[in-house]
Write a protein that binds this ligand. Structure first.
Ligand code: CA
Length: 129
């Protein structure tokens, strides 16, 4: 019986963090697609239709907030923000624009996985309605 893996797009310009997240996700049975810039992320969104997105706000070519805005124009795919920005208003802005969750760096792999399971569970529940 083939198991269909959830596809997760990781948008993070810091190579070491992108690598770490990718390793944790792959080890836990997810398919991982990686983007290092906003432009790359937008191309991959169209090409791969991921089941969930992990998004860093501080990207070299655009602000992650603009990516949230863009995605929410056409998709309800869950978005989990991972950011070094700890100010409350950054969190509020990201969540109000349509992010499903917000994790402040540094965070543990276990917590990230738990948040991913929660976000995916919510989409599944909505889809079943
Ligand atoms: Ca960054």
């Amino acid at each position: 019986m083939a198991v269909i893996k959830d596809k997760i797009l990781v948008i993070e310009d810091e190579k070491s963090i992108n690598y770490l997240i990718g390793t944790v996700l792959t080890a836990n049975g997810y398919d991982v697609i990686k983007a290092y810039t906003g432009t790359e992320a937008c191309q991959m969104l169209d090409a791969y239709c991921p089941d969930l997105i992990i998004l860093d706000l501080g990207l070299p070519d655009m602000d992650g907030v603009d990516i949230i805005r863009r995605i929410r124009g056409w998709s309800v795919v869950p978005i989990i923000v991972v950011s070094a920005r700890t100010r409350e208003r950054d969190k509020i802005e990201a969540l109000d624009l349509g992010a499903d969750d917000y994790l402040t760096k540094p965070f543990g792999g276990g917590e990230l996985l738990a948040r991913i399971r929660t976000a995916l569970r919510h989409t599944r529940t909505q889809a079943a309605d």
